[in-house]
Design a protein around this ligand. Structure first.
Ligand code: GDP
Length: 444
């Protein structure tokens, strides 16, 4: 599937940032060098890569440390946003003519998947409540007409064929009339392809455009051909003007360079991608979903979003103040547990952590963890205020009382105190002078 190797490489770049407290400029430079190489190896257009990496560096340098995210998470967030923007931001959709009848011209070089895409698009439109009609306007290759006929039959869509008519523009005009007569509301015209962009082809397409005034001209390009696909898109757009791209054969393209460069180089969005030979293998192209697929960490990204959303600045500052003074009490411990709950509970968090394989923690494990939470909460609630603030006063008789009050055993109370002490020890290490220094994402 597309982006496989890029995805792997980027994940290893982020892996290198894992666990770093504050990033040095040299860490970022090193990471950016690796990102650049990974993009070039994915066959992304050289100029696009240069700009991408320069923007990335600027964003990383300018980014304030968010207190809620680790530097690694922040870099992932920035790269994700950049990738989304590169591929077209919010994403573009196929639009329909306000007149109620939409004409689409499908153009493209031979072998890119143009005719197949006509069928896939008809199929997709039908599923979306439209009534498509196909028109066979590649009159130069009789086999092309036969092929569209087969495709149309497969997707159960009517098709206009006139083998006697040598004029593709005239066929298109007549197909449009016929489509309306038949009560269809979208005409998809399969146009002639060539091995290369040439004047004759462009003239014919321009004439057709003038005659049928298509609402959309869609260009099929073959992802497997990498930068050639992007250059073809650029050529078609400059000479004919296109509205959107269908990136075909994404299923066989492990690199992904064409999909990543097309929007930036042509200025035109990818509307759909072909993901297989079957007629239902056409998907609307969503830059955000693609980016998270490339990063291979869709769930990590949701975790980042979730953390930012449920992060309470005041509470966190108060906690940081207490941590510094080593005043982390059992009440704070309780608050941390509530924070985890607010983020959807242990199960959700574990499920979102990269590196955790499906099945590594069973539902039973998670349930046990959640029950443990409830138990710990009950124990802390049974303590007096003084005990929560200074657990060192918890002698044997107090522990016994708390155990009875919370309906837990003394060993469970002991266990909680042990965990709390371990956490304090860990916090002490984090709060050594300098370790919590406020900074930009980069030191310097
Ligand atoms: P045209 O000459 O541009 O009309 O290209 P065709 O529609 O005849 O497609 C050329 C070949 O590419 C055919 O064998 C199709 O089955 C294949 N093809 C088209 N789109 C896709 C796709 O998204 N994935 C895969 N794997 N094959 C595709």
């Amino acid at each position: 599937m597309a982006f496989e190797s890029l995805s792997e490489k980027l994940q290893s770049v982020f892996g290198g940032l894992k666990g770093k407290g504050i990033l040095e400029e040299k860490d970022i430079d090193q990471a950016l060098r690796e990102v650049k190489l990974a993009l070039l190896e994915a066959d992304v257009n050289f100029k696009v890569v240069k700009e991408f990496v320069a923007d990335l560096k600027e964003k990383c340098m300018g980014e304030e440390v968010t207190k809620s995210l680790t530097p690694e998470q922040q870099v992932i967030k920035i790269v994700n946003q950049q990738l989304v923007d590169l591929m077209g931001g919010a994403g573009a959709k196929l639009t329909y003519s306000p007149s109620g009848f939409t004409t689409i011209m499908m153009v493209g070089l031979q072998g890119t998947g143009k005719t197949t895409s006509c069928g896939k698009l008809a199929n997709w439109l039908k599923q979306n409540g439209k009534k498509p009609y196909l028109a066979a306007c590649d009159v130069y290759r009789p086999a092309a007409i036969d092929q569209l006929e087969v495709v149309a039959k497969a997707v159960k869509t009517p098709v206009y064929i006139d083998r006697e008519n040598p004029d593709p523009v005239d066929i298109a005009v007549k197909a449009r009339e016929e489509a309306e007569r038949k009560g269809c509301n979208i005409l998809i015209i399969d146009t002639a392809g060539r091995l290369q962009i040439d004047d004759t082809l462009m003239q014919e397409l321009a004439d057709m455009r003038k005659a049928v005034k298509p609402h959309q001209i869609l260009l099929a390009v073959d992802a497997l051909t990498g930068q050639d696909a992007v250059n073809a898109a650029k050529g078609f757009n400059e000479r004919l003007g296109i509205d959107g791209i269908i990136m075909t054969k994404m299923d066989g393209d492990a690199r992904g360079g064409a999909a990543l460069s097309a929007k930036k180089v042509t200025g035109k969005p990818i509307l759909f991608m072909g993901t297989g030979e079957k007629y239902d293998a056409l998907e609307p192209f969503h830059p955000d979903r693609m980016a998270s697929r490339i990063l291979g960490m869709g769930d990590m990204l949701s975790l980042i979003e979730e953390t930012e959303r449920s992060y309470d600045e005041k509470e966190a500052e108060e906690l940081a103040r207490k941590l510094k003074k080593n005043q982390f009490t059992l009440d704070d411990f309780l608050k941390q547990m509530h924070q985890v709950k607010k983020m959807g509970g242990i199960g959700k968090i574990i499920g979102m952590l990269p590196g955790v394989q499906a099945g590594q923690f069973s539902e039973e494990d998670v349930e046990k963890g959640e029950q443990e939470f409830v138990r710990m909460e009950a124990i802390i609630h049974s303590m007096t205020k003084a005990e929560r603030e200074d657990p060192s006063i918890l002698n044997a008789s107090r522990r016994k009382r708390i155990a009875a009050g919370s309906g837990q055993s003394v060993s469970q109370v002991n266990n909680l105190i042990k965990r709390y002490n371990e956490m304090r020890k860990m916090i002490k290490q984090f709060t050594k002078p300098g370790a919590m220094k406020k900074n930009r994402l980069l030191r310097g």
